[in-house]
Design a protein around this ligand. Structure first.
Ligand code: 6PG
Length: 506
């Protein structure tokens, strides 16, 4: 290290878009940061382009130099592609002289079980952290939501940096504090980060955030599509509706960008709207699928999250759908009237369905904490999603309040505020679901959310028949309404090939 270079407070490896933006955010907050990138030219260009930040940016050409530049215990953020690259970087850091009190923070979208494995595997060599980072490029640059999990004692070394660079919300309203700009970070406010638990806790919470993000996006797309077809509106008109919705309960980042997107003209064919020129086949990187998979593994009914993933899978079958559209009949589109009331009904349907999506996400985390021995504070989780992240919304203040009223809330839908909102919106929600069905328009997120609501509030379900069927063909036994839970029965069901039958306890 030359004499003019001050020891760095923090290091960052991986200068793709997210890494660069996070590094600049850290530097804007006055931290000295050392950066390393596998391709040295990328690092050199980054340093050249960003010479005037309040904190000092130091580019390092080798890992030994990078480690020598950092204060101890070293705090090193890695932002490389999730998967084997994380282990490769950790091995290289160990080979370069990383020490056991040093922190390595994997800030990518890693699978939480990989983070659990890594924390254990490296526990004698370093302190491994997994931190969810949400908010895309702009969030990374001006204030993301940060969801860390790892060694509780080591958190004190990461905490000042994470709290400084996270998005900030107003302590009274819970609304994000806007206005961050290069070199001018937001000061004051409550930071959107909190320690969430050991090993994979942070990455698990980030994954559930993404599962909810999938449903939010699917619901918005269904609302757009229903309004477009039912009311024959053009994208700009639809954009105006979303902008209007953004003034009320639905106020959120995703609704806001939807309004912008719908009003955007196509730069190639300016007479058209861009949204009409975008191919209707959604991509996905896997976090939604992981969330749905985790729900299936643990037996949690997160059906809207799974439906949102399947809806993307269905959309990806573009060529098959085009062919099937010519062969499979739907219902004849009927005329609908009452533009204002349909728009309001879709808004209510969207809000009620959104409550169900979050209820599923929180139900999933409740189960996961049992499974992985974490202790989540759900109010805190909701509060750190109020700003910075993709699902940030006014609504998250209501969730924060719901869990502060009752930290042991079994299901979000049972909180008085949400109970009332569901009761208020359900008639219009059902009306929208019926319209979608009658008109032959697929609305899997709206319908699955309604099924979740109706399923959860059903004191009696048809599963008695499933149990009887299972016992009939496989002697899988059943419990009885007039016996204690856990006492199982079997009937030798009358059948021509099974002449004798009797009821037995099993
Ligand atoms: C975020 C986003 C981010 C990323 C998604 C995209 O919170 O900032 O969720 O992590 O944009 O992973 O995921 P898909 O490509 O699967 O839509």
């Amino acid at each position: 290290m030359s004499d003019s270079v001050k020891p760095a407070d923090v290091g960052l490896i991986g200068l793709a878009v997210m890494g660069k933006n996070l590094a600049l955010n850290i530097a804007d907050h006055g931290f000295n940061i050392a950066v390393f990138n596998r391709t040295t030219a990328v690092m050199q260009e980054f340093i050249r382009e960003n010479s005037s930040t309040p904190g000092q940016l130091t580019g390092c050409e080798t890992l030994p130099l990078f480690l020598a530049t950092l204060k101890k215990p070293r705090v090193i953020i890695i932002l490389v592609k999730a998967g084997p690259a994380i282990d490769t970087v950790v091995s290289q850091l160990l080979a370069a002289g990383l020490e056991k009190d040093d922190l390595v923070i994997d800030a990518g979208n890693s699978l939480w079980t990989d983070t659990i494995r890594r924390e254990k595997q490296y526990s004698t060599q370093l302190k491994f952290f997994g931190s969810g980072v949400s908010g895309g490029e702009l969030g990374a640059r001006f204030g993301p939501s940060l969801m860390p999990g790892g060694d509780p004692a080591a958190w004190k070394h990461l905490e000042p940096i994470w709290r400084a660079i996270a998005a900030k919300v107003d302590p009274k309203t819970g609304q994000p504090i806007p206005g961050a700009a290069p070199g001018k970070p937001v000061t004051g406010g409550v930071p959107c980060t909190a320690y969430l638990g050991p090993d994979g806790a942070g990455h698990y919470v980030k994954m559930v955030h993404n599962g909810i993000e999938y449903v939010d996006m699917q619901l918005i797309s269904e609302a757009y599509y229903l309004l477009k077809h039912l009311l024959k509106l053009n994208p700009a008109e639809l954009g105006d509706i979303f902008a209007q919705w953004n003034q009320g309960d639905l106020d959120s980042y995703l609704i806001e960008i939807t309004a912008d997107i719908l009003r955007q003209r196509d730069p190639v064919k300016p007479r058209k709207f861009l949204v009409d020129m975008v191919l209707d086949a959604a991509g996905q990187k896997g976090t939604g699928k992981w969330t749905a998979g985790s729900a299936l593994d643990m037996g949690v009914p997160a059906n809207s999250i799974a439906e949102a993933v399947f809806a993307r899978c269905m959309s990806a079958l573009k060529e098959e759908r085009v062919s099937a559209a010519r062969q499979l009949k739907g219902s004849k589109p009927a005329r609908v009237s009452g533009k204002t009331s349909i728009i309001e009904a879709v808004r209510q349907a969207l809000y009620c369905s959104k409550i169900c999506a979050y209820a599923q996400g929180f139900q999933l985390m409740r189960q996961a904490q049992e499974e992985y021995h974490w202790t989540f504070d759900f109010g805190t989780i909701a509060s750190i999603w109020r700003g910075g992240c993709i699902i940030r919304a006014r609504f998250l203040q209501k969730i924060t309040q719901a869990y502060s009223r009752n930290p042991a809330l079994t299901n979000l839908m049972l909180d008085p505020y949400f109970k009332k909102a569901l009761a208020k919106g359900q008639r219009q929600w059902r009306q929208v679901a019926s319209l979608a069905i009658q008109q032959g328009i697929a609305a899997p997120a709206f319908l699955s959310a309604l099924a979740y609501y109706d399923g959860y509030r059903a004191a009696v379900s048809p599963a008695n028949l499933i149990q009887a069927q299972r016992d009939y063909f496989g002697a899988h036994t059943y419990e009885r309404l007039d016996a204690a839970r856990g006492e199982f029965f079997h009937l030798d069901w009358p059948h021509p090939q099974r002449p004798q039958h009797q009821t037995t306890g099993a």
